[in-house]
Design a binder for this molecule. Structure first.
Ligand SMILES: Nc1ncnc2c1ncn2[C@@H]1O[C@H](COP(=O)(O)OP(=O)(O)OP(=O)(O)O)[C@@H](O)[C@H]1O
Length: 230
């Protein structure tokens, strides 16, 4: 479903060159729930942004669902993102001036979906995350866990094949974090969504199918990391 081949990412400013990713080869199977861990600055968000086509690699290839993405124009990328990918962020990224239902409808606005169908699909997505009774609320009237549920409803309303989550439980206490994690597991198990999640929480990562550890922009295996920290 996701294939990265020899992906490198270098950021350049006038004086400094930073290698954020240094030759990543990664295959994520359809229906797999993968977590990515590693110390601060090791390249986790960069990797997720590249998988999510929000950023482009300096070298290497990114294939999503067999489609080569490196040659796509910005417009094609935006369309591909909108149809294939759902995003969940640590800080929710909801629009505070919009009611919950309108926030969830947003990804559908960029497609040819009628107003009635947008509302129906969004209500379904909100019911799925247990927020069917909060549609008319504004984000400021919700708890952190509820905001993240809205963000998940928004991520899944267009039924994307892949959901990308950047520290989805990072801003939540452990009880709410566990609820959000259960919801992601349910999405994966029942709806078959392929999920890639960046997390700092080993307990959350342990619930997923596979744990990839990064160190200094490179993929390392568990054994190596344990030796490195021994
Ligand atoms: N836009 C940018 N310009 C320059 N350097 C960048 C940029 N984005 C990231 N970097 C650098 O690339 C490296 C990887 O950053 P990245 O945000 O991917 O790490 P991370 O593992 O997600 O960190 P954290 O856990 O702290 O969020 C870091 O050294 C960072 O300073």
């Amino acid at each position: 479903m996701i294939q990265l081949k020899a992906v490198e990412k270098t950021y350049r400013t006038d004086t400094i060159e930073t290698t954020a990713l240094n030759g990543i080869d990664l295959n994520v199977a359809k229906g797999e729930f993968l977590s990515i861990m590693g110390p601060s600055g090791c390249g986790k968000s960069t990797l997720l942004n590249i998988i999510g086509l929000l950023d482009t690699p300096t070298r290497g290839e990114v294939l999503i669902g067999g489609q080569q993405t490196t040659q796509l124009s910005d417009k094609q990328l935006a369309r591909f993102r909108n149809q294939q990918l759902g995003f969940i962020f640590q800080s929710f990224h909801l629009i505070n001036d919009l009611r919950v239902l309108d926030n969830v409808e947003l990804p559908l606005l960029y497609r040819n979906v009628s107003a009635r169908e947008r509302a129906e699909l969004s209500k379904e997505a909100l019911a799925k995350v247990g927020l069917g009774n909060r549609m008319k609320h504004f984000p400021s009237q919700l708890s952190g866990g509820q905001k993240q549920r809205v963000a998940i409803a928004r991520a899944i309303v267009g039924q994307p094949a892949i959901v990308l989550a950047d520290e989805p439980t990072g801003n939540l206490d452990s009880a709410m974090g566990n609820e959000i994690m259960d919801l992601l597991l349910q999405l994966n198990e029942q709806d078959g969504a392929t999920i890639v999640m960046v997390t700092h929480d080993e307990l959350m990562a342990r619930k997923t199918h596979r744990l990839v550890r990064l160190f200094d922009g490179a993929q390392v295996n568990d054994h190596y990391l344990k030796n490195a920290y021994a």
